[in-house]
Design a protein around this ligand. Sequence first.
Ligand SMILES: CC(C)(COP(=O)(O)OP(=O)(O)OC[C@H]1O[C@@H](n2cnc3c(N)ncnc32)[C@H](O)[C@@H]1OP(=O)(O)O)[C@@H](O)C(=O)NCCC(=O)NCCS
Length: 155
Amino acid sequence: MIQLLPYDLERSFEVYLSLIHEAFEASGRLDHDFETFALGCRARLTDWLRRDDAFLRELRVDGRTVGLVEAVVNKQCQPQISTLVVTKSFRRRGLALKLEQAALDFFRHRGIATIVLNVAASNTGALAFYLRSNWKEIGAGPYPGSIRLQKSASF
Ligand SMILES: CC(C)(COP(=O)(O)OP(=O)(O)OC[C@H]1O[C@@H](n2cnc3c(N)ncnc32)[C@H](O)[C@@H]1OP(=O)(O)O)[C@@H](O)C(=O)NCCC(=O)NCCS
């Protein structure tokens, strides 16, 4: 059974961290970046869970959390998918497409037309996924070696 559920920090925080670790690993950002990120992670998620412009969903397969998506209006006031990850052993089953679609639906229902995200140019798997899903490159991302992609929420 596949379920898409709001984050439950009490139940799943450690799983979220390990999934986010996989995303940092895929992006080549494990060095010190992840440690810094992990330190502030619970506070950041707690803050996002209070906001009505943030969309945090975990994907469970037969009760096991195997993927997540985090979408939020960023500091530049742009709607952004900030994290999208499916654990290695559950990839290539269309699960990321479900998570991405749920985030796009969330923004579309708020009348938002355009979503952005950043991906490491070296993260060829993620890049292939996004291009297959019709995201378009619009320039360099905010961190070294990253690319900024954009997609219409109503696509
Ligand atoms: C990118 C990621 C989220 C894709 O998750 P997924 O559940 O495997 O993706 P899906 O099964 O929904 O893929 C849909 C389609 O995208 C394309 N695709 C997905 N992963 C791909 C890969 N590694 N290489 C080439 N194409 C890929 C394929 O066309 C795939 O369809 P197919 O399996 O029928 O060929 C996953 O690889 C991941 O979690 N990576 C690590 C975290 C990460 O890099 N996140 C993005 C950071 S911005």
